[in-house]
Structure formats: structure tokens, C-alpha cells
Design a protein around this ligand. Structure first.
Ligand code: RTP
Ligand code: MG
Length: 135
């Protein structure tokens, strides 16, 4: 199986809830290694650029407002099948639909305040990692 890297963001709601450590433990227990990390207050420009693929969607402004509402914790996770593994740990976008035991089921409040971001494909991960950490 391929060793991959993926970009993870612990969103403002989960940082405010003081659960960075609990979420990091889930990554570590699943065999994902944290190989880079930074805490950051995103500017609107940062958030709009990061979610540019969604800019025509009705929820875009709410998404950007939420992502700049407090600091986020951004990390690169590395391991076997890291992209899919992280998505499985996260659970569905809407926490009401997320499987029991997933990060979103346990820590998220709503589809907007949904605790974590994770890249959805290897190619997206490369772009997103470069966006925050450079080459
Ligand atoms: P993310 O990119 O944050 O990891 O989330 P995702 O892949 O599970 O979901 P995506 O479709 O990429 O949407 C990005 C974020 O936009 C918000 N959203 N709201 N109201 C809505 O219908 C809606 N759909 C998406 C969510 O906060 C989602 O995480
Ligand atoms: Mg997404």
C-alpha cells in the first residue's frame, strides 16, 4: 500500500472546544504520523483561496465566515492510505450522518461547524499541503 500525505485542519469549533489532543490521538492510534503542523488565524483571503473550489456554492460565505472565526490547527498526516484513512476517521460532512466513533460524530455540532477538514484525494492533498506549507 502506498505511503501518502494528506492535509488536515482542526477547525475553529474544535480548537475552541480544547480537543486538539484528542483528535491528534485518533490520528496517531490509526497509524498516521503528524509530520508538519502550524496553528494559524486564517485571513478571509486564506480561507477563500483554500476553499476556492466551492466559491459558487450557496454555503461559501458561511464557510469562510466560520473558518476565520478563530484559530485553526493545520497538519500534514503521513501514512499508508493517509487520504482515505483520514476521511474515514473524520466521518461524513454532516455530523448527524457521521458513523459512531468518528471525529465529526464525537466533536462536531453541525454541517458548518464540523470540527475537521481532510483532503479528499491525493492530488488535492498535494495542492493543499503546498498552500499552507510550501513545497
Ligand atoms: P472539508 O472539505 O471541510 O473536509 O469537508 P467535506 O470534504 O466533508 O465537505 P465539502 O463538500 O468539501 O464542503 C466543505 C465544507 O463546506 C461546508 N458545507 N456546507 N450547507 C451545506 O450544504 C454544506 N455543504 C458543505 C461544510 O462545513 C464542509 O465541511
Ligand atoms: Mg472537502
Amino acid at each position: 500500500m502506498a505511503i501518502e500525505r494528506t492535509l488536515s485542519i482542526i477547525k475553529p469549533d474544535a480548537v475552541a472546544k480544547n480537543v486538539i489532543g484528542q483528535i491528534y490521538s485518533r490520528f496517531e492510534n490509526a497509524g498516521l504520523k503528524i509530520v508538519a503542523a502550524q496553528m494559524k488565524q486564517l485571513s478571509r483571503e486564506d480561507a477563500e483561496g483554500f476553499y476556492a473550489a466551492h466559491k459558487e456554492r450557496g454555503f461559501f460565505k458561511d464557510l469562510v465566515d466560520f473558518m476565520v472565526s478563530g484559530p485553526v490547527m493545520i497538519q500534514v498526516l503521513e501514512g499508508e492510505n493517509a487520504v482515505l484513512k483520514n476521511r474515514e476517521l473524520m466521518g461524513a460532512t454532516d455530523p448527524k450522518k457521521a458513523d459512531k466513533g468518528t471525529i465529526r460524530a464525537d466533536f462536531a455540532d453541525s454541517i458548518d461547524a464540523n470540527a475537521v477538514h481532510g483532503s479528499d484525494a491525493v492530488e488535492a492533498a498535494q495542492v493543499e499541503i503546498a498552500y499552507f506549507f510550501g513545497k
